[in-house]
Structure formats: structure tokens, C-alpha cells
Write a protein that binds this ligand. Sequence first.
Ligand SMILES: [Zn+2]
Length: 272
Amino acid sequence: MRITFATEAAPGRPNEDFVAATPDAIVLLDGAGTPPGSESGCIHGVAWYARSLGSTLLAGLAQEDKTLTEILAEAIKAVASLHDFVCDLSHPGSPSATVVMLRRTADTLDFLVLADSVLVLDVIDTAEPMVICDDREAQVGAAYRMAMDALASGSPEHIAAHRAYVETLREHRNRDGGFWVAAVDPLAAEQALTGTVPADRVRAAALLSDGASRLVDRFHLATWRQVLDLLDGSGPEELIRRVRDAEHDDPDGSRWPRGKTFDDATAAYCRI
Ligand SMILES: [Zn+2]
């Protein structure tokens, strides 16, 4: 695969997204769980978690005899063992991450998507791309976000409402009927969306954290097809630049209500 990617933190914050690749595989994660001012039980933080899990996954992907689900379960367990003796991993705010994994073998493309990062496959001879996104968190969250969305983004009231929203959603995290993310429980891996497609049927793949996919799924300023064409023609940096332009055009969230005025944004494009 020929892979290009870009990642950019929200202004003034550490980047809690992670992306890394080998010639045959790529992983993209979006760390979550601890908004500013919230407790987590972990002394390392969300960025550390996303980087540790992401690099463990990338190493694990060399095991071609294992499924992506198995590799993810083992990596969740391995990263938990890196800090379970110093951190309180039973804390509901312990760091978590979304995961997208893509692996090219001789004939196939294996994928895994857990939580709300997006995988877009440009399938040969079809106009509409194949979009794989796990929207369980958005479905659970819809019932709780009204108070937050009614407030101006960036105001102290909005920041407090976002923190309350995240803390409320934690009660639904990694539970049946709720939503699933990589955190402490390796069983979350079994909840991921997975699949295999013939490699010669796919022209390209895009991996996006929700800070990048918001151009399509929150701002509605582009279609998935247009995002693939943009990545192909202008590269991942241009996609992120367009997201930042839109965020700057709507600083208080009145047009597009959202938890974070700016979010870490990561985009990767793989020519298969
Ligand atoms: Zn820790």
C-alpha cells in the first residue's frame, strides 16, 4: 500500500489521536475519556494510552495468523498490564480509544473499526464508497447532548456541560446496550465491526478520526466520495485544513453544535 497521513491537535491541547503505518498495515486511534477538569484514575493520560495501544497494535499486526480482533484483544490486555499496578483501571474515566485497523495480505484487505472513527473504502466499479463506522456512541449520546448543544461552544457553561456529557456517557461505556471502545476490557475487541474484502476490488481506503470526518458527518460540507477525491488529489493536510476553516467559521457552534469547537483531526489515505 502507498500510505500518506496527517494529524493535527486541537489548538492548545496535546494530540490524543494516533496514526502509524507499515507498508502492509495501518492503525488510527482517537483517544477519549478525560475532558479537562475530569478525573481518570490514570497518571499517564489519554495521549499516552492512544500511543501505547497504537504502537502495540502495529507490532501485533505482524502476526498474520491472527485475526484483527485477536490482535486488538491482546493489545488492550498488554497496555493494561503496563499501568494496572500504578493506576486505578477500574475508574470509569480511565483512558480509552477508538480503533481503526487495516491490513493488506497477498489477496485480501482485512479491516476492523471500533467506536466512532471512520473507514471509507473506495470500491472499484461502485459510485458510492463503502463507509464503515460504529455509531453506537452517537446513538447513546443523542439522548444526553441537548443541554450541551444549546450552549455557545467555548463558553464556560458549554465546557462544563461537555464534561458532564462525557461523564454521563461513561456509564454506558463497554456495556451491553451502550457503546464499546478500547480501554481495559479485552472483550471490547469482539464488539468491533470487522470484514475482509478482496484487495483487487478496492482502489483506496481512507481512515479518519471524528475530528476529520466531521467535514462530512457533522458539517455536511462534503460527501464521502468528495473526501476520497480530495485525499487522492490534494492529500490529508488539505482535508484537515478544510475542517479547521469550517471550525473557525462557526466558533460558537451555532451552525454546527458540537462538543469540541476544535478537535484533534487525523486523516490517512491508502492506495491499495
Ligand atoms: Zn495509567
